[in-house]
Design a protein around this ligand. Structure first.
Ligand SMILES: *Cc1c(COP(=O)(O)O)cnc(C)c1O
Length: 405
């Protein structure tokens, strides 16, 4: 299918609305993506035609809902190339998945064990681990980054030792757009016998990871960053970890009940899916994956790279504008500031012109501390954005600069 931007835009009803009298230019995709009609339809279809609780009834609606829910799991398994469908655990999102793993490791880590994080993580991939360290006496080590916003690999290698039990890094930084060399990070961790968790929240809308090829232990992401609904995500965990980690939520009796009713999967994934899950959200997540694959990830990546290149070039023409995150491997996120102007003020003015960007620390305060700035303006592009929208952003930023300086 050739990349037809107008056809794609027509799939997203929200893109035709106005904001403050101007056509909406939505450039906050790193915070959450917009939803195509196909995903919205799948939600309406579920509640209109086969809403029922799953895994629990012999009646037709319950079976239809169960089939759709488990069908989505298989779709997601195929998409991420997990070995087994039951290695895909449905969560409320990335944050939930990380907390589930951190909770499990509280029974594995001993005092003095070391765990490694990177300097460019989202708070949700920092705080649960700090809590884990407080509980267990394990020690948190940090892979530093350089001024370009790239992890210093040789420093990472120095941190690794027999004491390292777990490494957790994001695949792509939401604040800088840097793509981290996760394959190499995993390979090095393997050499000391450490497990690896990859936070894929920011990457899954841009690239299609192959989990078996990566040989990663844990991979987490959120549906809402990849055209799906909020409140649902996945935690992939290798079967051996699924068997090893204790359940996160629900009492023992909940787990026993789920096990009791189980017919197909021995413990996994239901061990970690206590309670009625987000049935509709999971089904719509499956619809989102279908939608993205129909466009094609190679096409998406190529097009977004064009947007990134153009936006970078045009924004840098503005005097006093500085971009944070200038490494060679980047996705379509441009984080910037203009000398002497607070990012919040730029964000407010461009919103008056219909343009949605994010300002602040982007849940990654250590990065802002590293650059000694309060925050940045972040424009993050998706495959449904256009070069004309980049122009609108650049013109709005110029206007804001004129008004503020
Ligand atoms: C968005 C994001 C998260 C948090 O995702 P939630 O859906 O809020 O749980 C974590 N890490 C990265 C890199 C993100 O972009």
């Amino acid at each position: 299918m050739p990349f037809n931007i107008q056809k794609i835009r027509n799939d997203f009803p929200i893109l035709s609305r106005k904001v403050n009298g101007y056509p909406l230019v939505y450039l906050d995709n790193a915070a959450t993506s917009q939803k195509p009609q196909q995903v919205i339809d799948s939600i309406v279809d579920y509640y209109s035609n086969y809403n029922a609780n799953i895994h629990r009834g012999v009646h037709t609606l319950s079976q239809e809902a169960t089939d759709a829910y488990e069908g989505a799991r298989q779709k997601i398994q195929t998409h991420f190339n997990a070995k087994e469908a039951y290695e895909i655990i449905f969560t409320a999102g990335t944050t939930h998945g990380i907390n589930l793993v951190a909770n499990g490791f509280s029974e594995i880590l001993k005092k003095g064990d070391e765990i490694i994080v990177s300097a460019m993580e989202h708070h949700s991939n920092i705080v649960p681990w700090q809590m884990l360290c407080e509980k267990t006496g394990a020690i948190l080590k940090v892979i530093p980054m350089n001024k370009e916003g790239v992890l210093i690999f040789s420093e990472y290698e120095k941190l690794l030792s027999e004491k390292t039990k777990l490494v957790f890094v994001n695949h792509i930084s939401n604040a800088l757009g840097t793509i981290n060399p996760i394959a190499e990070i995993i390979e090095k961790a393997r050499q000391v016998g450490a497990a690896v968790l990859v936070d894929g929240a920011q990457s899954c809308s841009h690239v299609k990871p192959d989990l078996q090829k990566l040989d990663v232990d844990f991979y987490v992401t959120s549906a809402h960053k990849m055209c799906g609904p909020t409140g649902v995500g996945i935690l992939y965990m290798k079967e051996e970890w699924g068997n090893k980690l204790p359940p996160y939520q629900g009492g023992g009796e909940m787990i026993a009940e789920v096990t009791f009713e189980k017919t197909t999967y021995a413990g996994l994934p239901h061990k970690f899916e206590a309670g009625t899950p987000n049935i509709c959200g999971v089904i719509a997540f499956g619809a989102a994956i279908d939608y993205l694959n129909a466009i094609g990830f190679e096409e998406i990546e190529k097009y977004e790279n064009e947007l990134l290149k153009y936006a970078t070039q045009k924004l840098l023409e503005i005097e006093g504008l500085k971009i944070y995150g200038t490494g060679p491997e980047k996705t379509s996120v441009v984080s910037f500031n203009i000398e002497g102007i607070h990012p919040y003020d730029i964000g407010t003015i461009v919103d008056k012109l219909g343009i949605a960007v994010r300002t602040g620390h982007h849940c990654a305060q250590p990065i802002m501390d590293f650059y000694k700035i309060p925050g940045t303006v972040r424009a993050s592009f998706a495959f449904y954005n256009t070069l004309e929208e980049v122009d609108a952003l650049v013109n709005a930023v110029k206007k804001a600069k004129m008004m503020l300086s």
